[in-house]
Design a protein around this ligand. Structure first.
Ligand SMILES: NC(=O)c1ccc[n+]([C@@H]2O[C@H](COP(=O)([O-])OP(=O)(O)OC[C@H]3O[C@@H](n4cnc5c(N)ncnc54)[C@H](OP(=O)(O)O)[C@@H]3O)[C@@H](O)[C@H]2O)c1
Length: 287
């Protein structure tokens, strides 16, 4: 039987790396995984983990793919020897945390380029074939930051909100072509994400006024609390990707945790936004 061909972006670390491993080592041996990363110099940890997990030979291949570069995306697609991708996972992403005025030059455009335009470029490369074959699954790594605004994450949230609109729009059209799009909405996950923040944590914080800096320190304490209480391991999150991948009729959204659902509901229950803004202000700046 043909294996399910999966291509994942952003596999040098974190969720992408763990998902690639999880699928390549699945006991069913039914997946062929193309784990992609922008810099092949970072492939060591994935190969070591694959050896430790005894991934069968031929279950995993690593390809260069930088989502900022259409040629790199096209070159990766051309190297898929099966000539098709059954499951595309758009996972590559970067964070940007700090006061808006403290973002270093280029940080905003870089994050939007990777998170939004990068996802669009990847979809543009793989969707036409899925549509033509009348079959395909797309999984996109979403975030609670795409479902609610978070202080000091304005640009990151803007990028993840954009993915909500992108995927929801596609989800209306693509079932006519036998293609399904799902967002895997993640809360905080223990990965290198915080270490790889564009411009570093806070950015050029000295350039912000004292009150903004005080609010930022408050936000940092809030984040530490939320991470302690609710952060998940990537292994737990990858199981949610598998659930979406195996669903006969995939939903648009899967949540890796229910922890934040009350806040998400608040946004929809009071479309004016007043209840959400008040609740989030209390949680971050007053608790
Ligand atoms: N960790 C969390 O708390 C959390 C919560 C919600 C959602 N998410 C989302 O989860 C996804 C994966 O993040 P993670 O937590 O696993 O963090 P991570 O370990 O930092 O993984 C991010 C991956 O994206 C890759 N990437 C960055 N720019 C790229 C580019 N131009 N082309 C291709 N790949 C690129 C990174 O590669 P390099 O190593 O080369 O930079 C890395 O492999 C992201 O979309 C993130 O927004 C994370």
């Amino acid at each position: 039987m043909d294996r399910t061909v999966v291509l994942i972006t952003g596999c040098s670390s974190g969720i992408g790396l763990h998902l690639a491993l999880r699928l390549a080592s699945d006991p069913s041996q039914s997946f062929k995984v193309y784990a992609t990363m922008r810099d092949l110099k970072a492939q060591g940890p994935l190969w070591e983990a694959a050896q430790a997990r005894r991934c069968p030979s031929g279950s995993l291949e690593i390809l260069q793919l930088d989502v900022r570069d259409s040629d790199s995306v096209a070159a990766a697609r051309a190297r898929v020897t099966e000539g098709r991708v059954d499951v595309l996972v758009c996972n590559a992403g970067r964070g940007l945390v700090g006061p808006l005025e403290a973002h270093v030059t280029g940080a905003m455009s870089s994050v939007l380029d990777v998170n939004v335009a990068g996802t669009v470029r990847t979809l543009q490369a793989f969707l036409p074939d899925m549509k033509q074959r009348r079959s395909g699954r797309v999984l996109v790594t979403g975030s609670m930051g795409g479902l609610m605004g978070l202080p000091f994450n304005a640009v990151y949230c803007a990028s993840k909100f954009a993915l909500e609109g992108l995927c929801e729009s596609l989800a209306v059209l693509l079932p006519s072509f036998g293609v399904h799009v799902s967002l895997i909405e993640c809360g905080p996950v223990h990965t290198a994400f915080q270490e790889k923040l564009e411009g570093g944590l806070g950015g050029a914080l000295d350039s912000a006024d004292t009150k903004t800096r005080d609010h930022f320190f408050c936000y940092q304490r809030h984040c530490e609390r939320v991470f302690r209480e609710a952060a998940q391991d990537p292994e737990e999150v990858t199981e949610v990707f598998l659930k979406a991948l195996r669903a006969p009729q995939p939903a648009l959204r899967y949540f890796s945790t229910e922890h934040f659902l009350p806040l998400v509901r608040l946004r929809f229950d009071d479309p004016s936004g007043c209840s959400y803004v008040a609740a989030m202000r209390r949680a971050v700046f007053e608790d």
